[in-house]
Design a protein around this ligand. Sequence first.
Ligand SMILES: Cc1ncc(C[n+]2csc(CCOP(=O)(O)OP(=O)(O)O)c2C)c(N)n1
Ligand code: SF4
Length: 350
Amino acid sequence: MERTTVKFYQTGTFTVGNRLLAPHERSVQADRARTNSLNSGHRACQGCGEALGARYAIDTAMRATNNQLIAVNATGCLEVFSTPYPETSWQIPWIHSLFGNAAAVASGVAAAMHVQGRTDVRVVAQGGDGGTTDIGFGCLSGMFERNDDVLYICYDNEAYMNTGIQRSSATPGAARTATTPAVGGEPGNPFGTGKNVPRIAMAHGIPYVATASVADLHDLEAKIARAMEFRGARYVHIHVPCPLGWGSAPADTIKIARLAVESGLYPLFEALNGRVTEATKIRRPVPVTEYLRLQKRFAHLFGAKPDEARLALIQAIADRNILEFGLVDAPNPAPGPAPDQAPNREGAPA
Ligand SMILES: Cc1ncc(C[n+]2csc(CCOP(=O)(O)OP(=O)(O)O)c2C)c(N)n1
Ligand code: SF4
C-alpha cells in the first residue's frame, strides 16, 4: 500500500490540523452560530483571498454585535462580485458607497444610529487598498480624527484589482501591475514609495489598530472581535492574496498569505491608542524568495539571471520588520543586507 507522509504543520486548518485542537478551537465552515453574512453564489475568482477575509471578518463582527450590524462597502472587487444588481450575496444590512467615501458614509450611518438612540447597532466600513490607501484616504483620516464609532476594514490585495490590476499606494516594490510593466531598468513598481496605513491609523491615536491575514483565520477573528469591544474609530488591515492580480495558483492563496507573514514582509500586530501591544512571532522564518517565487507579478526577478539586487532590497524590508516588531527570537537566518541598508521612502538606504 502506498503511504503519504502527513505533515503536521499548522493546527486549525480544515485538514488534519483541526484534529489537534479542542472542538471549540477548530475552524468550521458552517455551524448554526454562523450568520453566513456573505453567502455562496457570488462571483469572486476561485481562491479569492478577499472573499474569504470578508466572510470571516463580517461573520465575526455579526457575532460580536448580536447581529446588529450595518456594513458600508466601497466600490471594488468585494462590492462588484457580491452585488451584481439585482442580486446580492449579503445577508445583512449593506450599503454601497462611492469608491472614495466609505468611511464618510459609515460615519453618517453611525451618527444616524446615535441620534436614534440605537447604541446596539454597530457600523463597519470596508474597502480594498485602492479605496482605502488612495482615493478614500482623506475620508478615512477624518473618521479617525473625529473618532467616529466605526470599524474600518481594509482588504489589501495590493492593487486596484476590480479595474484590471493597476498600481495602488499599497503595491509592493518590484511588483508588476498593468501600470508598472516588467520592462526597463527598474521593472515593476518602484521602491521607496507606498503608504503604511496601519501606522498612519496609529498616528491618529485611535483606540484599536490591527493587521491580520487570511493565513490565520483564528487570529483574524480574534482581532475583529477585539475591535468590536471598543467604541470610537478602529482599523483592521487584512492581507488578502489575489490569484488573478498576483499571478498565483488559486490553491496557493493561504500558502502565499502564510509566506508573507513568515518572511516578515507582512507583520501581524495589534496597537492600542497608537502603541503596538502585541506582535505575532514567526514560527518558521523563510527568505522572501519563497513568497515571491509563487507569484507571476514578481517573475521578472527570477529567470536565468535572478535580479539579486532587487531581491536583496525586498529581503531588507522583511528584515527590518522582523527587527522592529521583534518577530523572531533568534537572528533571522534568511540572507540579505543589514537592516540599516533597507530602503527608506525615497528608495535610499535608511
Ligand atoms: C471616483 C471613481 N474612480 C474610479 C472608479 C473605478 N473603480 C472602481 S473599483 C476601482 C478599483 C478598486 O480597487 P481597490 O480599492 O484596491 O479594491 P479591489 O478591487 O482591489 O478589491 C476603480 C478604479 C470609481 N468607481 N470611482
Ligand atoms: S480579481 Fe482578485 S480580489 Fe478580485 S475577485 Fe478575483 S481574486 Fe478576488
